[in-house]
Design a protein around this ligand. Structure first.
Ligand code: SF4
Ligand code: SF4
Length: 473
């Protein structure tokens, strides 16, 4: 039975509840009175239930869809302004004992080169990432209890935080590794991780079992209940995501929101981020083998509906998507993007040789970080390298209450300008720097509090003239 508070995955992601929700959405998808009332509720910026949001997602009425897009854009502006947080993935290892049918790292793929970065290789990769200007990483690894041990992860995190090359530093390490135990989550928290990310892949249990035929990940409930264990272990910033294309998108959308509702109900903290990857071509993987791919319009609608349903949750898009798609969804709700990414194990320090490619998926946006930063600024976005919150202890419910009240903006905006200034001084090309300096001059006037504005101006000077770094609100 559906129970948002239950600790059992079958209850909080209840199959019958999702089917009822989809039937309800079908019945009401052209019910203008109901749709208007849901849009009015969304305008209060307190979010929507999975049922309400599913009605909007199903709605085919063009005029109403335009209202949804408009509202998503407005909510995006209200919560995130024109800032976009930058990050990069760092693949530690592609050894994996699971059999996920959509991922080239599945255990039966015998021709993909298997690699695990040594601490020395991690050091080289991190220096290369710092030299690009990155401050925030998402660590990625397959599941292999013998090779990819918790000790290996803890050591890797320590190595990453310890490297300070020139003015560089990785200030926030998020981690995307297999579901694990409460004790292990506690160790990750103590090691100083930011967000624990785990994609559900699909919420449809039957499909899940087929798509994960072998390995520990086959256990749907253990996987789906991972965020509960993470929270119990003290990791209060968790990141959800589904891989769109595996099952029907409307089912996934309802499941995703039910998961967010569950975390909110059970722990008082919703997801810190939601990622929206789509299935892509990769070694041994042809997206056409999967029947549930979604087109760009549907993808945009999903992003807009997530934005208005969970306004306080950051949304992430990777270089799986090309420049055009990224541009469209930035307006509609995405708040974090990767840039200059390598999706192979290693590859930042030196490109992998052609015959030893280990990518998890083909990158659709191959631009350098400098090009992505410039592109964002040309659209009037502020690329932000901010990592302040978890370093200031603003995590979990403390973060969420600041976010929901809108007060977080008083930190995000100044921090974005100061970290962008660092980037421009240390890593940007002359052309990017010229655009960025003008943008900062304009945007600093938008810091509403007079005292805060004076502090930002002083810090910008110190960054420029005294080579000082790492100011934050
Ligand atoms: S999705 Fe993750 S668990 Fe599955 S095969 Fe790929 S790396 Fe392994
Ligand atoms: S102040 Fe916090 S919420 Fe805002 S960009 Fe920085 S880390 Fe993110």
């Amino acid at each position: 039975m559906y129970d948002v508070n239950s600790k059992c995955a079958d209850d909080f992601i209840n199959h019958e509840e999702i089917l009822d929700t989809l039937a309800y959405a079908d019945e009401n998808k052209e019910n203008i009175e109901l749709i208007d009332s849901i849009i009015e509720k969304a305008k209060k910026r307190k979010g929507l239930t999975h049922r309400e949001a599913s009605v909007l997602l199903a709605c085919p009425v063009e005029e109403k869809n335009q209202e949804i897009y408009k509202l998503a854009e407005q909510i995006k502006k209200d919560f995130y302004g024109n800032r976009i947080v930058m990050f990069a993935p760092l693949y530690l290892s592609n050894y994996c004992i699971n059999g996920c049918t959509y991922c080239p790292y599945h255990a039966k793929n015998k021709h993909i080169p298997r690699k695990q970065l040594s601490q020395e290789e991690i050091r080289r990769e991190v220096i290369a990432l710092q030299d690009m200007g990155h401050k925030r990483l998402a660590l990625e690894a397959g599941e292999d209890p013998v090779r990819n041990t918790m000790d290996y992860y803890l050591k890797s995190i320590e190595t990453i935080y310890s490297i300070k090359h020139k003015n560089g530093a990785i200030r926030r390490v998020n981690i995307n590794i297999a579901a694990t135990t409460v004790d292990n989550y506690r160790l990750l928290k103590e090691a100083g991780i930011g967000t624990y990310i785990l994609f559900q892949e699909t919420y449809h249990k039957e499909s899940y079992l087929q798509l994960h035929p072998t390995g520990p990940k086959h256990d749907y409930n253990y996987h789906t209940e991972a965020m509960d264990r993470a929270m119990e272990g003290g990791v209060d910033d968790v990141g959800l995501g589904v891989l769109f294309g595996l099952d029907k998108y409307r089912y996934e959308f309802a499941g995703l929101l039910m998961h967010a509702e569950h975390l909110e109900a059970a722990f008082g903290v919703g997801p810190h981020t939601i990622s929206v990857p789509r299935l892509k071509h990769a070694d041994d993987i042809n997206p056409d083998d999967f029947d549930n791919g979604i087109d760009d319009d549907t993808f945009a609608k999903i992003v807009a509906c997530i934005r208005i349903s969970v306004p306080y949750t950051g949304m992430i898009i990777s270089t799986r998507e090309n420049q055009k798609t990224r541009e469209r969804v930035l307006h509609l709700g995405v708040s974090q993007i990767s840039g200059g990414s390598r999706t192979s194990v290693g590859g930042y320090y030196e490109p992998e040789p052609e015959d030893q490619k280990s990518e998890q998926f083909d990158v659709s946006d191959n631009r350098t970080l400098d090009e992505v930063v410039r592109w964002l600024m040309e659209m009037d976005y502020i690329p932000s390298f901010c990592t302040a919150c978890y370093r200031e202890g603003r995590t979990g419910d403390r973060f969420m209450s600041l976010c929901k009240s809108g007060q977080i903006q008083n930190c995000c905006h100044p921090n974005a300008l100061m970290t962008l200034k660092e980037y421009l001084m240390d890593y940007a090309s002359p052309e990017t720097k010229a655009i960025g300096d003008k943008l900062i001059d304009r945007e600093v006037l938008n810091v509403p509090n007079e005292k805060a504005r004076a502090v930002v101006l002083e810090n910008l000077q110190l960054i420029q003239q005294d080579n000082r770094r790492d100011f934050r609100f």
